[in-house]
Ligand binder design. Structure first.
Ligand code: ADP
Length: 431
């Protein structure tokens, strides 16, 4: 078995349309290079002969269209080659999207329908390869000079920023197989929880805000309109999760729905969307290489992701530590709790929770903030918090109830870029 091999350099020869599937070891990185031929990782072509270093635990595949020889240096959890992949069907989808982008760009009219490139939404259960397919479609488009917009609605395992957020960013270059999506200036809305069921109404509102902001940006930008977007979604496809998918399809005016790995979801969506002639619902096969992750692994991945936000992928960032008087901060929670105490309500009325209510965290509740990730909102007034995107995040490392002070980490030095902070349930224990 390859997994037990010592840390020696070895070569793997890949036939055309096959891939080398790799899980990097848990503790040590892996070096890899293309010796000859051409190969790509999730849509991004690898440079010839240059060694690339992949961090521990990363799971990926090196795919070749025409054959390649790959050299590996280091141990892996597993590595094996597979010659059965759905890559041809994926690249066929790309070719169709490409045609639509050209048509959108060529359309002389300023008509919003014809100048709009493909709006793709990728749906399917967890671990069906949604993020990976999104990534390929974006990288292939970027390779051809387009700047498609990537929208990530997956608050559990998002790939644009910290968990607990929905976000969008233009993809200007094929996505780096090691670094992932560059963190420059994404448009981020903070939900604050790892699952939408904590506050489904808020999730819907934020999806709408994000879509509206993008719509405004597209209006003034024919190039990004024509390039279109790829929307990645959550793996929650039952019940409310299914309704949230329909909501996302509507809200982003998706015109291509790619369904991965589930016949039932495909037939449900095909039926419900059959009266919309301009929406194509396409069924795609799940790759046998997709690695399943249980709840615990997913939770761990979230922690690594938060850690990465503050410390970088390979500890290459050093966050700044600050102490603040709690009374100088304005921390809000969204939703939860009864609207008014029972005593303030008419007799017989039930106190209802308002999911969009803003609740100021008071100084006697500071303790609740320990180990939470707080978002720094761009809002100028508390009333704007829900409709505002966020600049970034801080992490509360210590709370001093006596002094009413908190100690926090921030990725950047100096004053926070916004006055209001938003708390949810997203927490992290530094290890
Ligand atoms: P989803 O978004 O549906 O939850 P992902 O696209 O995140 O699924 O895939 C789950 C995991 O499987 C990721 O770690 C991804 O890198 C890995 N993966 C996907 N496709 C392959 C493949 N062909 N070979 C090896 N690993 C893969």
């Amino acid at each position: 078995l390859a997994s037990a091999s010592a840390s020696t350099v070895r070569q793997v020869k890949l036939d055309r349309e096959s891939e080398l599937r790799i899980e990097v070891a848990n503790e040590t990185p892996l070096r890899l290079r293309v010796l000859n031929g051409n190969a790509e990782i999730f849509g991004t072509e690898l440079p010839p002969e240059i060694w690339l270093t992949f961090p521990p635990r990363l799971k990926f595949a090196v795919f070749t269209w025409y054959g390649a020889t790959i050299e590996l240096d280091g141990t892996t959890e597993t590595d094996y080659t597979a010659d059965e992949t759905p890559m041809v069907s994926y690249v066929n989808v790309h070719a169709i999207l490409e045609g639509r982008r050209h048509r959108a760009r060529a359309s002389a009219s300023k008509d919003s329908d014809t100048s709009q490139g493909p709006r793709v939404i990728v749906v399917g259960p967890t671990d069906s390869g949604k993020s990976t397919l999104s990534r390929m479609l974006l990288s292939w488009a970027a390779k051809q000079g387009w700047k498609p917009t990537f929208v990530d609605l997956d608050i559990g395992q998002g790939s644009i920023t910290a968990p607990g957020c929905i976000a969008a960013t233009p993809i200007e270059m094929p996505i780096d197989p090691v670094e992932g999506i560059p963190l420059e200036m994404p448009l981020v809305y903070f939900f604050g929880h790892a699952t939408p069921s904590n506050n489904v109404d808020l999730y819907r509102v934020l999806v709408k805000e994000l879509a509206q902001t993008l719509e405004k940006q597209f209006t003034g930008n024919a190039e990004s309109r024509a390039a279109g977007m790829v929307v990645n979604t959550m793996g929650w496809i039952e019940g409310v999760g299914y309704e949230l998918l329909l909501h996302a399809i509507d809200t982003f005016s998706a015109n291509v729905v790619l369904v991965l790995g589930q016949e039932k979801l495909f037939s449900l969506l095909r039926d419900v969307l059959k009266n919309r002639p301009n929406v194509d619902v396409v069924k795609l096969q799940k790759s046998g290489g997709v690695v399943s992750r249980n709840t615990k692994v997913r939770q761990k991945a979230r922690s690594y992701r938060i850690r990465e936000y503050f410390y970088g992928l390979v500890n290459d960032l050093s966050p700044h530590s600050y102490v603040a008087n709690f009374n100088d901060l304005h921390v809000y929670r969204i939703g939860g709790g009864p609207q008014a105490p029972r005593s303030a309500l008419p007799i017989g009325a039930d106190p209802v929770a308002n999911p969009l209510r803003l609740v100021l965290v008071t100084s006697d509740q500071v303790q609740e903030l320990i180990h939470l990730v707080l978002a720094v909102s761009y809002a100028e007034e508390p009333e704007q918090i829900i409709s505002s995107n966020v600049a970034g995040f801080i992490y509360v490392t210590e709370v001093d109830m006596g002094r009413k002070q908190i100690k926090y980490l921030s990725p950047s030095a100096g004053v926070l870029p916004g006055k209001y902070l938003v708390a949810g349930t997203l927490s992290w224990i530094e290890t």
